[in-house]
Design a protein around this ligand. Structure first.
Ligand code: ADP
Length: 365
């Protein structure tokens, strides 16, 4: 039974990117086949006499020819509508490095921004499209509103503010490490990141500028700390307050939050093995990815205990996972044979998170 049928709004989508130029040049065999209509992804390959033939079912499947707009309209528009109604929602991109997480989340938004009438280029990803939908809706309504954004990075369970004003390139490594922000209980069952910059924005283009600032800071930090962004998670959050008058003339404030998460490359899990013992060896990098999978699974399965507290990412997102929220995981894979092992690991993770049965009508509990 899918989560939606049980009342949990967790959607797991699969997107398979097209072959890269290098893969085309090397005539890399295709091992992944998507069937958008049946929502199935088939993986088949013969290796050293061993035949791999597996089929995974998701809530939606987007093959190599799927356009950014198509994915947005089918998967994200309803989520942003929910945020505008005053709910907290989260969209994750999960997959091996190089499979299209950033393409899906950001697309070409930073380079091309928007056209003269605010229209977006076809390559624009989820974030610029969500920002546009939010401001188009707010501007068309006759209501007072405010929009705030935060942008942070989580690396090795340490939080860094990507919108903090100082010039990171001038900050020494030691100082940089001191700037890790603590996560505190807020006394209301939630958490807050002490010292995190909240930027108030009044239009879409201000958000694009902040995104650009945060992403370039992330790249500078990478160089300073000699790490790769594939090992860190980034969390971009947009909080919206809308003041409305009820028919009785009372004032009502709706507050919704959209979290957009570009997760660390899933190879950080699979190389060390997704199993408990070996995952521990790989340290903190895996913690948030593994815990996230368990939290979503616990929500979908309606387990009594949801292990939010087991990682910083899930603690941070606690108010946006479960309850009356919508969660969407976009798992990304490559169609090529050289990624086969990671592809199977991504498909397993995404599939397990939701626990979608291939034949729900037969296997319902
Ligand atoms: P990741 O963030 O997972 O490391 P990227 O988003 O950087 O991966 O994608 C790797 C490369 O593949 C980029 O050059 C990107 O433009 C291209 N790419 C990824 N997904 C698609 C897609 N669906 N359609 C076209 N190109 C894509």
């Amino acid at each position: 039974m899918s989560g939606k049928e049980k009342g949990v709004n967790v959607q797991v989508l699969l997107r398979c990117r097209p072959f890269s130029d290098d893969e085309l040049r090397s005539n890399a065999p295709q091992v992944v086949t998507c069937n958008d209509y049946s929502r199935e992804v088939a993986v088949s390959q013969n290796i050293a006499g061993k035949h791999i033939d597996r089929v995974f079912t998701f809530d939606k499947v987007f093959g190599p020819s799927a356009q950014q707009r198509e994915l947005y309209e089918q998967a994200v528009t309803p989520i942003v509508n929910e945020v505008l109604e005053g709910f907290n929602c989260t969209i994750f991109a999960y997959g091996q490095t190089g499979t299209g997480k950033t393409f899906t989340m950001e697309g070409e938004c930073k380079r091309s921004k928007s056209g003269p009438n605010g229209e977006l280029p076809p390559e624009a990803g989820v974030i610029p499209r969500a920002v546009k939908q939010i401001f188009d809706t707010l501007e068309s309504q006759n209501a007072e509103y405010s929009v705030k954004v935060t942008f942070l990075e989580l690396y090795n369970e340490e939080i860094t503010d990507l919108l903090a004003p100082e010039e990171l390139s001038k900050v020494s490594l030691e100082e940089k490490q001191k700037k890790q922000l603590p996560l505190m209980e807020d006394g209301k069952g939630g958490v807050l990141v002490r010292g995190l910059e909240e930027e108030i924005v009044t239009c879409a283009s201000e958000i694009y500028t902040l995104l650009e600032r945060g992403s370039s800071k992330r790249r500078t930090a990478e160089t300073l700390l000699n790490k790769q962004s594939s090992r860190s998670h980034s969390l971009f959050s947009i909080t919206i307050h809308i003041k409305e008058a009820t028919p009785e003339g009372e004032e009502l404030i709706k507050c919704g939050k959209l979290n957009l998460v570009d997760l660390a490359g899933s190879e950080n899990i699979s190389r060390s093995g997704a199993r408990e013992g070996r995952a521990r060896e790989a340290g903190e990098i895996n913690k948030s990815l593994l815990t996230l999978g368990r939290v979503i699974n616990a929500l979908v399965e309606h387990l009594g205990h949801i292990p939010y507290r087991d990682s910083k990412l899930t603690r941070l997102l606690r108010d946006s996972l479960g309850g009356r929220t919508k969660t969407c995981i976009i798992a990304t894979v490559s169609p090529a044979v050289h990624c086969l092992e990671e592809t199977l690991s991504t498909l397993d993770y995404a599939h397990r998170a939701k626990n979608i049965r291939n034949k729900p009508e037969v296997n319902q509990k």
